[in-house]
Design a protein around this ligand. Structure first.
Ligand SMILES: Cc1ncc(COP(=O)(O)O)c(C=O)c1O
Length: 365
């Protein structure tokens, strides 16, 4: 089976983990936390990095650090992974949904303003499958309405908007280091920000809101700490991040060259101002292909190719659909129905990509 994604680890990760174990620094203090936070935030062009347990809690931590609470509204794309919306729900705020733009599959800036109300506090965008959002217009809307702008950058380590890396392009960027991500710590996440106050609050809340006078707490904090063991892997992965991004991009170009002439397949986008990192190489199976997306997934599985369907939009999720009854988001629905993630890991060979593409071509009716 050609896996949809698998991590690639170098020797430095093992060396660092052995060092952390031998020196007894296995919990959430230790030199690898500092090293990983510093190196990754610098990579994103951000002043601060606050490492935490995973990408979902990175988003919750960022929202909580901004004081988002019950009664507030947060605008997000409906075409996203469930972990964008759930942390908004954890805060008690209402997630307000916006459709995607067909060109980049990201939140459509032209549809945001009509969703803004006096309760809106923030817009959280998501760089879908590694393609950056059009941050210029998004920042303009946020500035005009005095809203926070956040990036769910869980899928987009190293992606660039007009030559600048994502994560540091808003009030706070949130990353995941799950095993299928561009770099991994097994489980892990990070909030990056240029704002001293947000960073300070995020550090405080990550650690039970412990302050100088220990065991007296002024805030409801969390235990969202990353361990030194995870960070030891992360610090090692930082040596490989450039290679990892370039591998993803090279694999995407290889896929494009094999699939560009297959009728009924829409290739992934890359806007002129964008560097897409193709976290998941995703194509759309159009009706003209002759076999539906779900049927193709079964067909490919039988040929030894593992795939995933694109995200089902938030407004059709069983857990959320009651909240959004009657709301229609045609672009997101289309992407959710037609999108398929093909094998995308850094260990993928050119031969494997050809096998996948040959299998797809043989399925065409
Ligand atoms: C867009 C998006 N946000 C958040 C997350 C959550 O990250 P984690 O799995 O580390 O909690 C993911 C994970 O895949 C994601 O794709």
């Amino acid at each position: 089976m050609i896996p949809v994604c698998e991590p690639k680890l170098g020797s430095k990760e093992l060396e660092n983990v052995i060092d952390a174990v031998k020196t007894n620094w296995i919990s959430s203090k230790g030199k690898y936390i500092d090293e990983f936070e510093q190196r990754f935030s610098k990579y994103c062009g951000a002043k601060h990095g606050i490492a935490c347990s995973n990408g979902t809690v990175a988003i919750h931590l960022a929202l909580a650090s901004l004081g988002i609470k019950a009664g507030d509204e947060v605008i997000i794309p409906t075409f996203t992974m469930i972990a964008t919306v759930n942390p908004v729900t954890y805060t008690g705020a209402k997630p307000v949904l916006v459709d995607s733009e067909p060109e980049t599959w990201n939140i459509d800036p032209s549809k945001i303003e009509k969703k803004i109300t006096p309760k809106t506090k923030a817009i959280m965008v998501m760089h879908t499958y590694g393609h950056p959002c059009d941050m210029g217009p998004l920042q303009e809307i946020a500035d005009k309405h005095d809203l926070y702008l956040l990036e769910d950058a869980a899928e987009a380590h190293g992606a660039e908007y007009k030559g600048e890396r994502v994560g540091g392009l808003s009030d706070a960027g949130c990353f995941s280091f799950y095993a299928n991500k561009i770099i991994t710590t097994g489980e892990g996440g990070m909030v990056v920000t240029n704002d001293d106050k947000i960073a300070e609050m995020a550090r405080l809340l990550r650690d039970q809101a412990f302050e100088k006078k220990r065991f007296l707490h002024r805030h409801v904090g969390f235990n969202y700490r990353m361990t030194n063991l995870q960070a030891a892997v992360g610090a090692g992965q930082m040596d490989l991040i450039d290679e990892s991004v370039e591998t993803r991009r090279r694999n995407a170009m290889t896929y494009n060259s094999f699939l560009k002439n297959v009728e009924g397949i829409t290739l992934p986008p890359e806007a002129t101002w964008a560097k897409n990192v193709y976290w998941m190489y995703t194509v759309l199976i159009e009706d003209s292909f002759g076999m539906g997306r779900d049927e193709l997934m079964v067909f490919l599985k039988e040929k030894g190719v593992d795939t995933r369907s694109a995200f089902y939009p938030v407004h059709i999720q069983p857990v959320y659909e009651n909240q959004y009854k009657g709301e229609k988001y045609p672009v997101a629905e289309d992407l959710g129905r037609k999108g398929i993630n093909l094998p995308s890991g850094n260990m993928l060979t050119k031969e494997q990509i050809k096998t996948v593409c040959d299998a797809i071509a043989s399925a065409k009716r």
